[in-house]
Design a protein around this ligand. Structure first.
Ligand code: CU
Length: 155
């Protein structure tokens, strides 16, 4: 084998190694740079979220809520705790009234919320979450009591 061919083969080997390394690195990197994307809708016209049970990795979660009903108003509110906190936030939200989208001024018990959406509308929010189990609900009057709630598990 002459010197020129040997350099040429060595060059091919180096380029192949770089290509393999680049592909391997891309596959190992976190997809999309971090945020978990979650999509929630209403179960059609029913006063329920679909899905009602969500799972995410710790860190940034981008949640998109679509009001899939035709006429009902809904929101999606993530609370700092379980059912007991959700019940409290429901009371506070209803008290805040329609003009405030049923979101209380005091957000001590709220991690994140969408705005109040008309039928067919969507809203996206990003929230940073730590490991744990969190309840979410719709604070439109009567909806939480009717079962418009769910659970986000972060692990
Ligand atoms: Cu609702």
């Amino acid at each position: 084998m002459n010197l020129k061919v040997r350099f040429w083969l060595a060059g091919i080997a180096v380029v192949s190694a770089l290509v393999l390394a680049a592909c391997g690195g891309g596959a190992a990197a976190p997809a999309g740079g971090g945020a978990t994307s979650l999509n929630v809708s209403t179960a059609g016209e029913q006063l329920q979220f679909a899905p009602a049970n969500l799972t995410a990795a710790p860190g940034d979660v981008k949640l998109t809520f679509k009001n899939g009903s035709s006429a009902q108003k809904h929101n999606w509110v993530l609370v700092k705790g379980g059912d007991d906190v959700a019940a409290k936030v429901d009371e506070e939200g209803v008290g805040a009234g329609d003009a405030k989208g049923y979101i209380p001024d005091d957000k001590a018990n709220i991690l994140a919320n969408t705005k109040l959406l008309n039928g067919g509308e969507s809203d996206s929010i990003t929230v940073k979450v730590e490991p744990g189990t969190y309840s979410f609900l719709c604070t439109f009057p009567g909806h939480y009591a009717a079962g418009m709630k769910g659970t986000l598990t972060v692990k």
